[in-house]
Design a protein around this ligand. Structure first.
Ligand code: ATP
Ligand code: MG
Length: 233
């Protein structure tokens, strides 16, 4: 089991209803990602990259095909089982950081851990949240609310929150899209290092060709179709 792929998506279609007509967003998408592998998905705006990530996260449902994550066919899970799957298996980082504005960095990260591990003692939650923030270089910013953090720092809180549960899979949708180049580079460097330390697989959507080049394998999405483009330019 340990070496079987963390993601196996096969023949995945995704269509939505727009004004009574089906709009095909993804067509026959196949994707296999190994544990601890870091892959990038690039492709034009509107090609379906975020849609695929939403399906992999179980936040939207495929119209056809199968998606196995960590050995579970998530296309078969009901809502409750899907929520448990997300808590136990996944970390997600978004382009806009989605931090809770009224909570400190420590509590933003702690809350994610508390939800994932309801049995954990609060003192341990705080300890692990602080350690996760320390790992992203924010050990001195625990009590800052998001408004008192720079964009790069906010995304590092987002990364700490995604990784504090030690997920087997990290999904990142343009994690540097709202950052200047320097802060973005810091975030991605951290993301890659922490993922490698923890053996976390990463699927990252990016528009940045240089970032994409630093991953193990690359895929290109075009008009809802995914092709592996590792080694191609
Ligand atoms: N719920 C929905 N209803 C209707 N159309 C949708 C829905 N979700 C996505 N789409 C359409 O599907 C296409 C793919 O969207 P998606 O967000 O996956 O693209 P993307 O590759 O992530 O683009 P970007 O690089 O701009 O983020 C777009 O044309 C979008 O308008
Ligand atoms: Mg997108």
């Amino acid at each position: 089991m340990a070496n079987s792929p963390i993601i196996i998506a096969s023949k995945v279609d995704y269509s939505v209803d727009v004004a009574g007509k089906p709009l095909n967003i993804l067509r026959a998408v196949d994707l296999s990602v190994n544990p601890a592998e870091v892959v990038a998905i690039v492709g034009p705006s509107g090609s379906g990259k975020t849609s695929l990530l939403m399906l992999l996260a179980g936040l939207e449902r495929a119209s056809a095909g199968h998606i196995q994550v960590g050995g579970t066919d998530i296309t078969k899970l009901d809502e409750d089982a899907m929520a448990v799957f997300r808590r136990n298996t996944l970390g997600i980082v978004f382009q806009s950081f989605h931090l809770i504005p009224s909570l400190t960095a420590l509590d933003n990260v702690g809350l994610a851990l508390e939800i994932a591990r309801p049995d954990m003692k609060l003192s341990d939650v705080r300890k692990e949240a602080a350690a996760a923030l320390d790992a992203v270089g924010l050990g001195k910013r625990l009590d800052h609310r998001p408004s008192a953090l720079s964009g790069g720092e906010q995304q590092r809180v987002g990364l700490a929150r995604a990784l504090v549960t030690k997920p087997r899979l990290l999904l990142a949708d343009e994690p540097t899209g709202n950052l200047d180049q320097k802060s973005g580079a810091v975030v991605v460097e951290l993301m890659f290092n922490l993922a490698r330390q923890n053996g976390t697989a990463v699927v990252m959507i990016t528009h940045d060709a240089h970032l994409a080049e630093r991953t193990d394998r690359r895929f290109t999405m075009e008009q809802g179709q995914l092709t592996e483009t590792t080694g191609k330019h």
